[in-house]
Design a protein. Structure first.
Length: 111
């Protein structure tokens, strides 16, 4: 059997990983202009992934510091965004006492 999937510079077969998920290409009406735009986007992705030194996975370590009185969104928002980076490790840290929970800001509803 011949492998027809394209692989990036790290040998990752993204088509096989996402084969069970609907793609934009499958969702769009078979409009030739839309298909051409999709094809250009895929070709640009493959060209970028093939460049020397370009990787689609990193090894970043991110620390989100929870200060007493922090706003929940100030921690959850960055955690949500940064945890989507392939290869990233996210840590939560505090400046407070490790034996006590970190308290968050609590504003009255509507303020």
């Amino acid at each position: 059997m011949t492998d027809t999937h394209d692989r990036d510079s790290a040998g990752v077969d993204w088509d096989a990983i996402h084969q069970d998920q609907p793609s934009l290409a499958a969702d769009i009406v078979r409009d030739p202009q839309a298909q051409a735009a999709w094809d250009r986007s895929v070709a640009a992705h493959h060209a970028l992934a093939a460049r020397p030194g370009v990787t689609l996975q990193g090894d970043e370590t991110v620390i989100i510091v929870l200060h007493p009185g922090f706003d929940t969104l100030d921690a959850v928002g960055p955690h949500y965004f940064l945890s989507s980076m392939l290869g990233a490790t996210i840590h939560l840290a505090t400046t407070g006492d490790l034996d006590h929970p970190v308290t968050r800001a609590c504003l009255p509803y509507g303020s």
